[in-house]
Design a protein around this ligand. Structure first.
Ligand code: MSP
Length: 529
């Protein structure tokens, strides 16, 4: 049985550098899913954070002439925490792997693994990529070319590898092959999408080797509890953040309330760590495994995977400064299929901003409010008899709400937005067809309960639904809309509006004060380079 809390996580990000929009992507998608589940009335916990140990971070600090602790402290405070505000993320917790709770919890977990006989001492000789903090098998190593001439590289991701021989502790990963395969079979949605699932199953089917889980040639890490000559291998330590953040080894009651995770959102590069090593570690420690690992694809810029090392890494604020955080969030959720690679471009952001947000949605909101202002002095009138046109709007809304909710359940935010946009399109078409400005010229159709009142009340109700459904994606614009509809006095705060109740028609009472909102998505004239 599942824990009480719907627990969503992002990967914890390496603080070798400042964040780019790839990191922002994962975090925003987690935030959208989280906010939607909150509006379903679920008890939700959203965790993100930073991965601060390991050689990659250590070397970066050394190259900059500062201690690793100084390096991570500065980058986390100056770059990683501010990112959350830039992209308007409402996480419940932020874990740093240099925090005491993580040190203590990780040691407790290791001790549990040791006590259960899952760890042994041995020696490791082989290839290691500091770039991806990963051991690389002989078969996956090749001679480098171009800039990497004279070096060995990993064929998995092109990063340089180094040969190392060390005394290490090992985790008995090979013991878990059959248990993992049985688990994937019994839980077909554990690793999604299908492409990631197939990749993981075929990887595990080829056989698993025991995993080296400690390092003994540097000390930027957490000491192994019974042997301080070793620090924990950074990946094994990092995965533990998901349990150390919620009380593992310290507050059992809290831990059991939140664990297991309902969804670990990760990039596809790290699906194997989450879908193979992590569940095996949990099985070995006698803990429940997560319900789902969802592996999303790459952001491609100019056809190439975006990354800092390729110098095509874009900072989130470059986009937010021009388009705002709402449009940023909307764009990544709408334009890409979560789970597949997708190209992004400045032109595409600008085109969608203007067509979908400014003209499609923003204009709708301001037109309706302006007409209620003009024809009813800003007081929402009561609707009269509904015609087929209104019944079609009501049906469209009900169906869109069902479809959007099902899409979030299936971790497909792009489909949720497509469903919600059917309401935007329906309302725009409805207003064009009903032409309230023409109806207003006929005095017999005015007043409370008249045809004009019915049209504008229907449109306002449609906007109420949009504010609620778009709140998880565009919280700022939705709040402005909610306010412009004067909805709060009658219906309460926006974040408390429940998805399952939103389609019930006629919630905005007559007499509500409607004001024209500040332009939700003003046109942007300057095209940036
Ligand atoms: N520290 C590890 C994760 C440990 S989780 C227990 C790590 N960190 S990372 O900084 O490299 O961030 C990886 C995540 O950032 C990816 O899994 C992905 O979610 C996101 N992305 C980084 N570059 C990306 C793209 N170009 N496109 C999409 N997402 C990207 O791995």
């Amino acid at each position: 049985m599942s824990a009480e809390t719907f627990f969503v996580t992002t990967p914890i990000y390496y603080v070798n550098d400042a964040p780019h929009i790839g990191h922002g992507y994962t975090t925003v998608m987690g935030d959208i899913i989280t906010r939607w589940h909150r509006q379903r009335g679920e008890d939700v916990w959203y965790l993100t954070g930073t991965d601060e140990h390991g050689q990659k971070v250590l070397r970066k600090a050394e190259a900059n002439g500062v201690s690793p602790q100084e390096w991570v402290d500065k980058l986390v405070e100056d770059e990683w925490k501010p990112l959350l505000e830039t992209i308007d993320v409402a996480n419940d917790d932020f874990i740093r792997t240099t925090e005491q709770r993580h040190l203590d919890g990780s040691k407790a977990f290791w001790q549990d693994l040791q006590d259960r006989g899952a760890v042994y001492q041995g020696s490791f000789s082989g290839w290691y990529s500091v770039g991806s903090e990963e051991f690389v098998g002989d078969d996956d190593v090749a001679d480098g070319e171009g800039d990497d001439e004279g070096f060995k590289v990993s064929t998995l991701d092109g990063s340089r590898v180094e040969h190392m021989t060390e005394e290490n502790y090992f985790f008995r990963l090979s013991d878990y092959q059959q248990q993992l395969l049985d688990f994937y079979e019994a839980n077909p949605t554990f690793i999604q999408p299908e492409s990631a699932r197939n990749e993981v199953i075929s990887f595990v089917s080829r056989g698993l080797r025991d995993l080296s889980i400690s390092r003994s040639t540097f000390d930027w890490g957490i000491g192994v509890p019974w042997d301080d000559k070793h620090v924990m291998y950074v990946w094994v330590e990092a995965l533990l953040n998901y349990v150390t953040a919620i009380g593992y080894g310290a507050d059992q009651e809290r831990f059991e309330k939140i664990w297991p995770a309902d969804i670990h959102i990760v990039g596809k590069d790290i699906a194997r760590f989450h879908a193979v090593i992590w569940p095996a570690m949990l099985m070995a420690a006698g803990q429940p495994v997560p319900h789902q690992v969802f592996a999303h694809g790459w952001l491609l810029v100019g056809g190439q995977k975006m990354s800092k090392s390729k110098a095509n890494g874009i900072r989130p604020d470059e986009i937010v400064d021009t388009f705002g955080s709402d449009a940023y969030r909307y764009y990544f959720a709408r334009a890409l299929t979560f789970g597949s690679d997708g190209s992004i471009s400045w032109e595409d952001i600008s085109a969608r901003y203007h067509a979908e947000l400014a003209n499609g949605f923003g204009n709708l909101a301001s037109r309706v409010a302006a007409m209620i202002g003009k024809y009813f002095d800003g007081t929402l009138p009561a609707a009269g008899d509904l015609t087929d046109a209104e019944l079609t709007v009501i049906d469209t809304v009900a169906e869109a709400v069902r479809d959007a909710d099902a899409a979030i359940e299936a971790v497909a935010p792009q489909d949720a937005l497509a469903a919600i946009w059917r309401i935007v399109d329906e309302l725009n078409g409805y207003i064009t067809d009903q032409a309230p400005w023409k109806v207003a010229k006929d005095e017999s159709q005015g007043g409370e309960g008249g045809r004009l009142a019915t049209i504008l009340h229907t449109a306002a109700e449609g906007l109420r639904v949009l504010a609620v459904l778009l709140n998880p994606v565009m919280p700022k614009a939705s709040a402005v809309l909610w306010d412009s509809l004067g909805a709060e006095p009658a219906l309460g705060v926006l974040a408390d509006q429940r998805i399952d109740a939103v389609a019930a028609w006629g919630q905005l009472p007559a007499g509500t004060v409607v004001t024209k909102p500040a332009s939700l998505f003003p046109r942007i004239e300057t095209a940036a380079e």
